[in-house]
Design a protein around this ligand. Structure first.
Ligand SMILES: N[C@@H](CCC(=O)N[C@@H](CS)C(=O)NCC(=O)O)C(=O)O
Length: 199
């Protein structure tokens, strides 16, 4: 049976999952939900959220759950650090990125007045400062690329590529992290979305 990813190319959560699929070298088909206005997704799951995966007949919804499901069957090239303490921290950072950075992205994308834009920039500045400290002297947060880096990259990448917000140069570690991820994911440019099937 095939593995099918219901997705939208620009969704940051779908990009996060595509990175995991590629790390695990699991082949998959793509169903672009924008093509039929989510009709096939609604028929399959009765809900509208992507990413959704038909995993060999098993329906799996939500990027965190899909990633964990892939890890279970394909433990090689683990997306989590080794120790229980580091894994807990990694999962907390994945959740922070998915729930908190997404809010800043929505705020920036929806800002229509100068005041709203200023507020969104201040929100991102606070997160850039946090990330600047997290990535001090590090390529990845833990000893290798984990789901925490993939989740954070997907949000920053969306901000850069889709919202078209240039991350200020003063955030050197954040920009270095983006460049490192661009190289790791073999993206020609940060303007491209990640679509390689394997890494
Ligand atoms: N926590 C979910 C968030 C997924 C999500 O918000 N997906 C958005 C696209 S980025 C979506 O499909 N929204 C459509 C809707 O809710 O109707 C995950 O990690 O997968």
């Amino acid at each position: 049976m095939a593995v099918r990813l219901f997705q939208s190319q620009t969704s940051m959560f779908c990009e996060k999952v595509r990175i995991v699929f590629a790390l695990k070298k699991v082949p998959y088909e793509i169903v672009d939900v924008r093509k039929d206005d989510r009709k096939s997704l609604l028929e399959y799951t009765n809900q509208r959220k992507v990413p959704t995966v038909n995993y060999n007949g098993e329906c799996v919804i939500d990027s965190t759950i899909i990633s964990a499901r892939l890890e279970k069957d394909h433990p090689g090239n683990s997306i989590y650090p080794e120790s229980a303490a580091a894994k807990g921290l990694c999962l907390a950072l994945e959740d922070w990125s998915d729930e908190v950075l997404i809010h800043a992205n929505h705020a920036m994308r929806r800002a229509e007045t100068p005041e709203a834009r200023q507020k969104a920039e201040a929100e991102w500045d606070a997160h850039f400062n946090t990330l600047e400290q997290i990535y001090t002297g590090k390529k990845f947060i833990f000893d290798r690329l984990t789901i925490a880096d993939a989740a954070i990259f997907s949000q920053l990448h969306y901000l850069y590529a889709t919202v078209k917000y240039e991350i200020p140069a003063k955030y050197k570690n954040v920009n270095a992290f983006l460049e490192n991820m661009r190289q790791t994911l073999k993206l020609k440019s940060l303007a491209d979305s990640f679509e390689a099937q394997s890494l």
